[in-house]
Design a protein around this ligand. Structure first.
Ligand code: 13P
Length: 251
């Protein structure tokens, strides 16, 4: 079983205005006054708040992350943000290949892989997301779909750089539904096996595999207690400091 230290990341998605930094202050207060967290804590706000989150989070150990980056380092890409810009704003991590990007922006595994490579090139740690749709799970294709996504979305550069994998079943995102504990266990074990196959035992065991999809204060303890679950990627429940802190404390 992998013994990598856990990481809990909050993905604010397209939520958050300046006043949301009050929630970050409250999270910082909880993290510094309560028992010290066992997990690394990453907050991925919208890009408009990234520099503020990085600056404000530093004193309480909260690490800032981006939600996406362009695959090119710079150039004529109106509205896009490069990995080096995220790093420049204070990010240390960046989510790539979230299912909302894959679906809403047509991102293929090849694009996700190029983005992960760009992130590594800029000194960021990519959080590479994979996950099956409900139809794929119903057709008993979940494991093969996720294996194919892993193979094509993780760049070879991961061998010498830190990357994180997030398993987010598409049908569990924002729905309040989650796979059973056995299903999560099976999928995380399968992902671990793929990583060990590709990168060898020592590297393959050191890559964190996060679970994401309706992770809540109510189910965090049991999901985060599964062997190859090395933390979580939290959407809705990361928007409220109290809920996010409860999840962090469940590690
Ligand atoms: P929810 O926690 O809101 O289901 O979102 C999960 C997610 O997509 C995190 O990236």
């Amino acid at each position: 079983m992998s013994t990598v230290s856990p990481l809990i990341a909050g993905n604010w998605k397209m939520n958050g205005l300046t006043h949301s930094l009050d929630e970050l202050s409250e999270l910082a207060r909880l993290l510094t006054t309560g028992e010290s967290p066992r997990a690394l804590v990453v907050v991925c706000p919208p890009a408009t708040l990234l520099a503020a989150v990085a600056a404000q989070g530093a004193s309480s150990g909260i690490i800032a992350g981006g939600q996406d980056c362009h695959r090119e380092p710079h150039g004529a890409h109106t509205g896009d943000i490069s990995a080096s810009m995220l790093a420049d704003a204070g990010a240390q991590y960046v989510i790539v290949g979230h299912s909302e990007r894959r679906t809403n922006h047509g991102e293929t595994d090849q694009i996700v892989c190029a983005k992960a490579e760009a992130a590594i090139g800029a000194g960021l740690k990519p959080i590479i997301c994979v996950g099956e749709t409900e139809a794929q799970r119903d057709a008993a294709e979940a494991e093969s779909v996720v294996s194919a996504q892993l193979a094509a979305s993780i760049p070879d550069a991961a061998e010498h750089h830190e990357v994180v994998v997030a398993y987010e079943p598409v049908w569990a995102i924002g729905t309040g539904r989650t796979p059973t504990l056995d299903e999560i266990d099976e999928m995380h074990n399968a992902i671990r096996a793929r990583l060990v196959d590709r990168f060898g035992l020592s590297k393959g065991e050191s890559i964190r595999i996060l679970y994401g999809g309706s992770l809540k204060p109510q189910n965090a303890r049991e999901i985060l207690g599964i062997g190859n679950v090395n933390g979580g990627l939290v959407g809705g429940a990361s928007l409220l400091a109290k809920d996010f802190y409860t999840i962090i404390s469940a590690v």
